[in-house]
Design a protein around this ligand. Sequence first.
Ligand SMILES: [Zn+2]
Length: 624
Amino acid sequence: MVSVLHDLARDTYEMFRPPKLLNVSDWADENRILVSESSSEPGRWRTDRAPYQREIMNSFTQPNISTIVIMASAQTGKTEAELNMMGRAIDVDPGPMLFIQPTDGFAEDFSKRRVAPMIRACPALQRKVYEAKSRDAGNTITMKTFPGGSVSFTGANSPTELAGRPVRYVFMDEIDRFPASAGTEGDPLELAERRTETFRHNRKVVMTSTPTIKGASKIERAYMTGTQEEWHTQCPHCQQFQYIRFVDIRFDKEEYKDGNGEKNYHVRNVRWRCPKCEAETGEFDTKRCPAKWVAKNPRAVEAGIRSFRLNAFMSPWSDWTDICRKFLRGKDDPEQLKTFYNTILGETWEIRDRSGTPEKLFARREHYNAEVPSGVLVLTCGIDTQGNRLEYEVVGWDREEQSWGILRGMIFGRADAEGTWEEVDDLLDREFTMKNGMKMRISATFMDSGGNYYEQVVKQCARRNQRGKKIWAIKGDDGQDRPLVRMMKRDSTGDGSAKFIIGVDGGKEAIMYSTTLTEPGPRYMHFPIDYDKGYDEEYFRGLCSEKAVIHRRGGKATVRWEKFYERNEPLDMRNYARAAYKYFRWNFDKLEHVLSSKGKTEPITRAQAEKRKFNPVISRGIQI
Ligand SMILES: [Zn+2]
């Protein structure tokens, strides 16, 4: 009797149950067409192409899951998975949506390059999303409407958009690149989540990013609050499931110098070594092994948060040989290594205290065999602009970023006084003597234009640049993930010469790393002991004056460089001189050839060198 009632209840339930809704992977397999303008593999979408996407996408329709976090390397298809979630929502279960990118510019670009082609190629969506017409306010780049809802594309820097109407779906892309605050309104993640409150019972918040700095990464923090699912591959030898980590990747390498004289590598025979049984499997076979998601924190399902972590190794679009080559090329450079960790391994980068002690650096100053000692191939200069003086450092470099401090000094006077600039000219014209008697001048100077003298510095540098003096105005830009050097748009001063923006944080980290090296070789720093070269104790305290500090406030963390010694000019000057060295592509082979006087009894004179059309650089973007 009980069992009959039970069956009756079940039948009644079956009868009134809402029709089964397609999950995201089925929807995508049925409806999604990839087009060549936005995909390298045009044609019908196949979830089987990258099977890890299935579970991620289908968590979107899983009851009681409100938040999906994807921490992944580049090239894993995480954005496509997000687009499928959005497409399925528009088609099957519509509601108001918000798609947030780090900035408004990114948002517009994303809408144009990724979303519009998807809608055009996909009949199910094209029917629903109203055709864009010039006078149709319902459909623009930043807003698409459809029956039952609309989707706005906005930047995390836009407080008005983030604090608008209630929304049911929020997609947030590359959240580690979001600003700490949207205008003065506060954390963009919180603002966006607050907008979903009216839809508490069926809202979906999706966030993705490649991670950045350990302890400050937003995606890492979100990942830790969720189920922490990792994609594990079954070892064909011992049948155990493992997350493929870079430490378990083995390869053979051979070093060589490329056409520009830069170190490069041939990489062969890349394979995965199972950490359990130590048997090795090649890339092709590993990628075809069974694999599954394994949750480290399954109880987070109760809180409605599923989080996924992926690196590039199981992506069908990755190439292990290429990954290993990227690692080898970047391993000695903290900036490149950080990018490798973040974008290839999908892991955060840990800041360690990398500064050497000023006392040790002071104590190891050395006697050079000439004003410009053997080994130096090129000189650059960094000038820091202060209210009443300029501070400069001339630095010598070899091809592997080994450096020699040559001269550190000050020019007293304001940057708007002609007298000050006469002394700058003396510095730029100065000839430094090498061991073989040849003279060397500074090949590139970066001068800080921050502070009160911006226009004067820009104008004076441009004027000198036109006379071939190779000095450029620069502006420092702090914040993680800034490129080391980028050219500014020609601005209103209209002098036609280039100005540069320097990503100072990356440079500082690289310099701090160099100060810890104790053996001469790549990236090692040499300093002269002669008193008149200016490398006194004060200089070394200034060079090691800042530390990367992770700040937390209300659970949020950001990385900032902080001074713990007030006079940090030596660090700034070195940073600018290094940026000048790193920006231009130097013709090291030619430099080496011209500068060495091997096999000659007579030293080469500067006139002779000039006769040989001595051109130290291969120009890069600008005339030098
Ligand atoms: Zn095994």
